[in-house]
Design a protein around this ligand. Structure first.
Ligand code: NAD
Length: 498
């Protein structure tokens, strides 16, 4: 069976660790290949190679760095189908969706091509007699990126191009559930002319992550994953003196006001609830209907759901399987818990008839009505194709519900009332807000990130915040007096500019 390796010093590397993980084809339920799981020694070896390459890369001119980024953009665009196929084979999402993921990653590469503009400092001429002040931003050194299973290409691409454009060397630790896309990205970087060692892949699990979090040569870690792990990564990394941005889980609410266009709201709820089988951190999970919206909206959603085809993402369908058997069973257990807690099950995804192998990790789109806080199906992040309708009496009740939730990743409001939308945008305690847009993922030149338990750290991903995360500021004060200027002489007072 094929073993997916690490990528070290510009080439595939088997590592020294003896542990292997199984990688499934979720549409058949079979183990398709295995992945090397790094040992602590493997972390040492990969970080050492990255540190050595990083010293030269930090000194490379901005023109040299951006020429590699432009080349990477072209290579990725040309080979995007290969990356998408690798994603679908291990994650299960339908091929179109995988292509969409690559496209959103490509946009960050394009943003990073313009990083020299964002790296420009300020210059103040003559702050004092013969004295100028200016600021520069410098790379950090080796940075780690730890990514989740649900976006094997896009999430690494939120960070890697920006970090590389800023002059850092990157060690990516992808999810062990779908690791093949990371090696393809490594190949593409090599094809684009990135010097060996500037981008490395360390396959593995907690051992690899802990190695990066505690290694003295790793200066920063960008993490994306579930909230408990994000909190752990943030606390461990910062305790070891690192800069950390740790993006966590989500429970995204879509609020529908009575004046909304309910046909569009139904389309949006179905697309955002079941795209990628609900395995998106920006998926809509709670549909908050202000009375009397639910009476009309729930049947519109159910009728659209009956037309969805669940099946093998390679063969043309709307929704693929869940990523692993264990995850499928966990999501199904929430359906059981919702029924037991008294929510009304409108569409039961456990009864789905998939167009795929019987052993696949199938669970069809599921709709609950009359869900309330206190039920596990509302309180917890499910990360699967389960949409819960929560009925509330007023806009204020809807806002209070969203703001009481511990997560704050994305939210949306559907309405024709600009005043209500504007009020929501200002009052809601969530990092990314959609107005008549169900999945408000910001473009690459803005920054992506949630609030509260959806992000630990101070900076969001990509955009200007990404550039700041991957660089350190320095301010230089220089004196070049004219030859005939008098010497200032000894002065023990605190320096003042005159
Ligand atoms: P996960 O937390 O299980 O794993 C994420 C990464 O952490 C993986 O690389 C994994 O190997 C590693 N990891 C797992 N357990 C660890 C531990 N105990 N110590 C150290 N490292 C560990 O998440 P997942 O299941 O791969 O991804 C789904 C989660 O990611 C969901 O909660 C989803 O909301 C979240 N997510 C968030 C965003 C965002 O932008 N906020 C984006 C995508 C996914």
């Amino acid at each position: 069976m094929d073993v997916i390796t690490h990528w070290r010093a510009g080439e595939p590397w088997a590592g020294t660790g003896e542990r292997l993980g199984d990688v499934y084809d979720p549409a058949t339920g079979q183990v398709a290949r295995q992945v090397a799981l790094a040992s602590a020694e493997d972390v040492e070896s990969v970080v050492a190679a990255a540190a050595e390459a990083g010293r030269e890369w930090a000194a490379a001119s901005l023109s040299r760095r951006t020429s590699v980024l432009f080349a990477f953009r072209e290579v990725l665009a040309r080979r995007r189908s290969e990356v998408a196929e690798a994603i679908t084979a291990e994650h299960g999402k339908v091929l179109d969706d995988a292509l969409g993921e690559v496209q959103r990653g490509l946009e960050v590469v394009e943003f990073a091509c313009g990083a020299p503009h964002l790296l420009k400092g300020g210059f103040s001429d003559g702050v004092s007699t013969g004295v100028d002040v200016y600021s520069i931003r410098q790379p950090l050194g080796v940075v780690g990126v730890v990514s989740p299973f649900n976006f094997p290409a896009m999430v690494p691409l939120w960070f890697v191009p920006v970090a590389i454009a800023c002059g850092n060397a990157v060690v990516l630790k992808p999810s062990e559930k779908d690791p093949s896309a990371s090696l393809l990205l490594a190949e593409l970087w090599a094809e684009a002319g990135l010097p060996a060692g500037v981008f490395s892949v360390l396959q593995g699990d907690k051992v690899a992550v802990d190695g990066l979090l505690t290694h003295p040569d790793v200066k920063a870690v960008s993490f994306v994953g579930s909230t408990p792990v994000a909190r752990y990564v943030y606390e461990t990394g910062t305790a070891h003196g690192k800069r950390v941005q740790a993006l966590g889980g989500a429970k995204n609410h879509m609020v529908v006001l009575p004046d909304a266009d309910l046909e569009s709201a139904a389309d949006a709820a179905v697309s955002a609830g079941f795209g990628s089988a609900g395995e998106r951190c920006m998926a809509v999970s709670a549909l908050v209907c202000v009375d009397p919206v639910a009476d009309a909206l729930v049947p519109l959603i159910a009728s659209r759901m009956s037309a969805l085809v669940t099946g093998d993402g390679r063969r043309g369908c709307d929704m693929g399987p869940l990523v692993t058997g264990a995850h499928r069973d966990k999501v199904a257990s929430y359906v059981e818990a919702g029924v037991a807690a008294g929510a009304s099950l409108v569409v039961d995804g456990r009864e789905v008839v998939p167009t795929g192998e019987p052993g696949g990790f199938w669970l069809g789109p599921t709709l609950f009505d009359r869900v309330e806080p206190g039920m596990a199906v509302y309180d917890e992040e499910i990360f699967g194709p389960v949409l819960s309708v929560v009925r509330v009496a007023t806009y204020d009740d809807a806002l209070a519900l969203v703001n009481a939730n511990p997560y704050g990743n994305g939210t949306a409001i559907f309405t024709h009332d600009g005043g209500a939308a504007r009020r929501f945008q200002r009052e809601v305690e969530v990092g990314m807000v959609g107005i008549n847009v169900p999945i408000p993922v910001p473009m690459a030149y803005y920054s992506f990130g949630g609030w509260k338990s959806s992000l630990f750290g101070d900076t969001h991903a990509h955009g200007t915040e990404g550039v700041h995360f991957f660089t350190r500021g320095k301010v230089v004060t220089s004196r070049w007096p004219s030859p005939d200027a008098p010497r200032p002489g000894v002065d023990l007072g605190f320096p003042q500019h005159t």
